[in-house]
Design a protein around this ligand. Structure first.
Ligand SMILES: [Zn+2]
Ligand SMILES: [Zn+2]
Ligand SMILES: [Zn+2]
Length: 96
């Protein structure tokens, strides 16, 4: 694993990401915390992908995180948020 490039924390020990909202085209979208995902009915206390705690926000690039705009997987939905870029994808790909 690695340090999140957005919050700079070690993803294994951080409670969650400090990025709690995403901006796109002048609109701010509040992120949904871990535990919200309808397709991921896990009881785990920490996200198996990015390591955030339940009720906290996934680190950007996590493949469990949902898009707050279209509700699809954030890493594959393609919404061009200002906070979310290629570097987030490379972050977790490199850590895998
Ligand atoms: Zn983070
Ligand atoms: Zn996660
Ligand atoms: Zn989206």
């Amino acid at each position: 694993m690695a340090n999140c490039i957005d919050c700079k924390q070690d993803m294994r020990t951080a409670t969650g990401c400090v990025i709690d909202e995403l901006n796109l085209g002048g609109v701010t979208y509040a992120r949904k915390p871990f535990g919200y995902e309808p397709s991921w009915p896990t009881k785990a206390s920490r996200c198996g992908d990015c390591g955030c705690e339940r009720g906290q926000h996934h680190h950007l690039g996590c493949d469990v995180a949902r898009c707050p705009k279209c509700d699809w997987q954030l890493f594959s939905c393609g919404c061009p948020f200002e906070e979310y870029g290629v570097s987030e994808l490379e972050m977790l790909t490199a850590a895998a």
